[in-house]
Design a protein around this ligand. Structure first.
Ligand code: HEM
Length: 269
């Protein structure tokens, strides 16, 4: 009877340990449940309508150059009124709740006030702002647009050049979402934002000509999802190191815990 109790204890210990060790990979699998992959899409956003009018109007007499796949929408007078940023599907990831990052293609170069670059730069521009590497950081309720920027220009108030400003992945504008962009198998999901507001990085990119929180254009989002794909496990294995160690410990307990096979043989006799 004593031997039988020892055997049962050893088996119970081993089973409990094995159960513990296999539970953690199951939980990991739930967290990384397959999510429909992003296939393509675009974001339409004019940034700020009054800025496009100012830059292309009689005061700045400037130009807007779109590149890196960025499409522009023009009015009857040939002035750019909107931008269509293509989604870079490879670099985009959105989880089941609609939280993630949309990577956008497209770069914009604003030039204005030609010939007002100052004494040292007579043929230069008084306004020279480049924006690129647009990304949308998504939560269920908000889309934060981040950019890289390089801004140069003439400070008309102080009649001297501004220091060049540059930034990498700065928060440019924040837009409230009316609906989260939740992945749906083989479907195109759209969402409209309300009016945006300028974030701190946007104030710096626009060289302080706008205040933080000033109203920015609303955006519309269009994301085409495909089949569900299991996200890649960063560790490269579906079984965590802890899980593997747990199984080894359980096996050791099984072997060393109570001469399991010997006892089994004892019972058989
Ligand atoms: C030679 C240098 C510059 C001159 C003479 C100048 C002149 C002006 C003037 C007269 C306005 C008022 C326009 C209006 O009321 O319609 C204005 C607006 C503005 N300027 Fe400039 N500016 C210069 C440089 C810059 C630079 C370097 C920037 C940097 C981004 C800039 C950004 C703006 C912005 C954001 C507005 C407001 C546009 C809006 O109505 O939304 N300016 N500027």
């Amino acid at each position: 009877m004593r031997l039988a109790t020892t055997t049962l204890t050893a088996v119970a210990t081993a089973t409990a340990l094995a159960a513990t060790s296999t539970l953690s990979p199951v939980a990991t699998a739930e967290e990384t449940a397959p999510v429909p992959v992003v296939e393509s899409g675009y974001v339409s956003w004019s940034i700020k309508d009054s800025f496009l009018r100012y830059l292309q109007g009689p005061i700045a007499k400037g130009s807007v150059t779109a590149s890196e796949g960025l499409e522009t929408i023009k009015n009857n007078s040939g002035k750019i009124t909107d931008f269509k940023f293509p989604v870079d599907a490879e670099k985009t990831s959105i989880n089941a709740d609609g939280v993630g990052t949309i990577d956008l293609n497209g770069a914009i170069h604003f030039l204005g006030h030609k010939g007002h670059g100052g004494e040292a730069n007579k043929n230069g521009y008084g306004l020279d702002v480049k924006l690129w590497d647009f990304k949308v950081k998504l939560t269920e309720k908000e889309a934060v647009i981040t950019v890289d920027y390089l801004s140069k220009g003439w400070n008309p108030g102080e009649n001297k050049p501004f220091e060049d400003q540059k930034g990498d992945d700065v928060e440019f504008a924040k837009l409230p979402l009316t609906a989260p962009i939740k992945p749906a198998v083989n479907q195109t999901v759209t969402s409209e934002s309300g009016n945006g507001s300028l974030a701190k990085g946007g104030v710096e990119a626009m060289m302080g000509f706008y205040e933080e929180g000033i109203e920015m254009a609303p955006a519309s989002f269009n994301v085409k999802f495909g089949e569900p794909v299991k996200p890649k496990d960063p560790a490269g294995s579906s079984l965590s190191t802890g899980g593997i160690i747990g199984i080894i410990v359980a096996l050791l307990a099984l072997i060393g815990g109570g001469a399991f096979f010997a006892n089994q043989l004892g019972f058989l006799k």
